[in-house]
Write a protein that binds this ligand. Structure first.
Ligand code: NAD
Length: 486
């Protein structure tokens, strides 16, 4: 049986207490391996190693030397592309086409983009005259924050983890990563890669486990952690922010969403249908930026619903490596139950089920997998649970609208504010709306199109802070001011 060990101070470490938990493949619910749960002693050891590394070889490297190591990491991830691919697919069940085009390449790119950015980073300086007639020059220096706790979700495990580890290391910090209990594999594999490229011991550490009363809580409450970066549910973000209050540690929070797509009658219809299909169903709807509310201008409402239904019905579920598989399972039995409970709720609240609404028929070998059908509803009021709450499954509700102000008010009424996409040929209207929608990310005639130099993050209850390009350095460094009198 495969075992996933903690990675502490450059070594793979078993659970001292002997506690392990099962890592399961959501395709058929088979056990992939046993994960060694980190208790307080392992978390203490990981944080101590990360703290010591700040004062060791790592702390003495120049930016250029650090960047060489990060570039080597990206190369090594690409060299071991297949190992990462197999590991990510086994943990998540996502289709090969998706993992090979998105998860693993972005996992490597997340190191490169930040080395490119940090090498050309400057800080501000000001010169002034002092009251006694002398001069003074003040300038900023960016210094690493120290030990960063990186708490990750399961939906894009390597991609979202390296999105934080990349800039944290580029800035000279050290990290202790707590991957999701559902997806321990690629974070563990990255430990091997760290050793291969000669990363100093203690710079990258991994502790496995759960949230409360486990590795997540032990790490986020640890007094020697200097900053916490988290991606996950808003409820967990609240708990982490409370933990960070003790010791006044900064947080960067990338949280949940209930993202809208707004489709105007003058849109390029095929672009809108194809892109909304991806935004609703890609990764079985488990993308934080995914669309769960679609608003369509009334003249094309029926035609759009019919077209999205036709697309949803081509989303063939199946094994990740089958060429005709278009959708994988959701991550776990627990999440399958949650998504299906919303499918029941939609029916109870009087939705018209346009397509889906349950579990697809699967061959015997996959019957125990965590499958759910791509699902579309219409006919619900804006107050319905499936229109207001994040489901994180392959589903959406479609409503008609008549006016720009009306749809703007509906989109903004939600407590989340992560992403919106707008489909229209009227570029004036698109820009006017983009400036009024209360989100961190707004796409026009596109979705999930990313330039990694741009700010990424959510408004309202979707998060605090922006990461990406130079914006990541706001969180991963402390800006110190130096004033020289001369
Ligand atoms: P989650 O909040 O359940 O878990 C995320 C991580 O937090 C896991 O590693 C978990 O073990 C840990 N954790 C849980 N409780 C904790 C605690 N009290 N203290 C410390 N750690 C704790 O999220 P999930 O189910 O893994 O991921 C899905 C959620 O993530 C969705 O809400 C989705 O919208 C969100 N998400 C947001 C973004 C974004 O960029 N905004 C990206 C991806 C996912």
């Amino acid at each position: 049986m495969k075992e996933f060990l903690n990675f502490i101070n450059g070594e793979f470490v078993k659970s001292a207490s002997g506690k392990t938990f099962e890592d399961r493949n959501p395709v058929d619910h088979s056990v992939i391996g046993l994960v060694h749960e980190a208790g307080k002693p392992e978390v203490d050891a990981a944080v101590a190693a990360a703290k010591a590394a700040l004062k060791g070889d790592w702390g003495r490297l120049s930016v250029v030397e650090r960047c060489k190591l990060l570039d080597a990491l990206a190369l090594e991830i690409n060299r071991r592309f297949d190992d990462f691919l197999q590991a990510e697919i086994a943990d998540t069940g996502k289709p090969h086409a998706l993992a090979s085009h998105v998860d693993i390449p972005r996992g490597a790119a997340n190191f490169q983009v930040f080395t490119d950015t940090i090498k050309s980073m400057s800080t501000e300086s000001f010169q002034m005259r002092t009251p006694d007639g002398k001069n003074a020059l003040s300038y900023g220096v960016r210094v690493p924050r120290g030990v960063i706790a990186v708490i990750c979700p399961w939906n894009l495990p390597l991609l979202l983890m390296t999105w934080k580890v990349g800039p944290a290391l580029a800035c000279g910090n050290t990290v202790v990563v707590k991957p999701s209990e559902e997806t321990p594999a690629t974070a563990t594999l990255l430990g091997e890669v760290m050793n291969t490229v000669g990363m100093p011991k203690g710079v990258y550490n991994v502790v496995h486990g759960f949230g409360p009363n486990s590795a997540g809580e032990f790490l986020t409450t640890h007094p020697d952690v200097n900053g916490i970066t988290f991606t996950g549910e808003t409820r967990t973000g609240t708990a982490i922010m409370k933990a960070a209050a003790d010791g006044i540690r900064p947080v960067s929070l990338e949280l949940g969403g209930k993202n809208a797509a707004i489709v105007f009658a003058d849109c390029d219809f095929q672009v809108a249908v194809d892109t909304v299909t991806r935004s609703c169903f890609e990764n079985a709807g488990q993308v934080c930026l995914g669309t769960e509310r679609v608003y369509v201008e009334r003249p094309i409402f029926d035609k759009f619903v019919a077209a999205l239904k036709a697309k949803a019905e081509t989303m063939k579920p199946g094994l990740p490596f089958d060429k005709d598989t278009k959708i994988g399972p959701v991550i776990s039995k627990e999440h399958q139950e949650k998504v299906l409970s919303y499918y029941d709720k939609a029916r109870e609240e009087g939705a018209t089920v346009v397509t889906g609404g349950g579990v697809p028929a699967m061959p015997d070998a996959l019957k125990d997998g965590c499958w759910v059908q791509p699902t579309i509803w219409t006919g619900l009021p804006e107050t319905a649970a499936v229109v207001t709450e994040e489901i994180f499954g392959p589903c959406c509700h479609i409503s008609p609208f008549d006016a720009e102000d009306e749809v703007l008010a509906k989109v903004n009424a939600n407590r989340y504010g992560l992403a919106t996409s707008i489909y229209t040929q009227d570029i004036g209207r698109a820009n006017r709306m983009a400036q009024q929608i209360e989100v961190g990310l707004c796409w026009i005639n596109s979705w999930f199109l990313r330039d990694l130099r741009t700010p990424f993050g959510g408004s309202k209850q979707s998060g605090i802070g922006r990461e990406g390009g130079v914006h990541s350095f706001e969180f991963y460094t402390e800006l110190r001011n130096v004033m020289v009198k001369f």
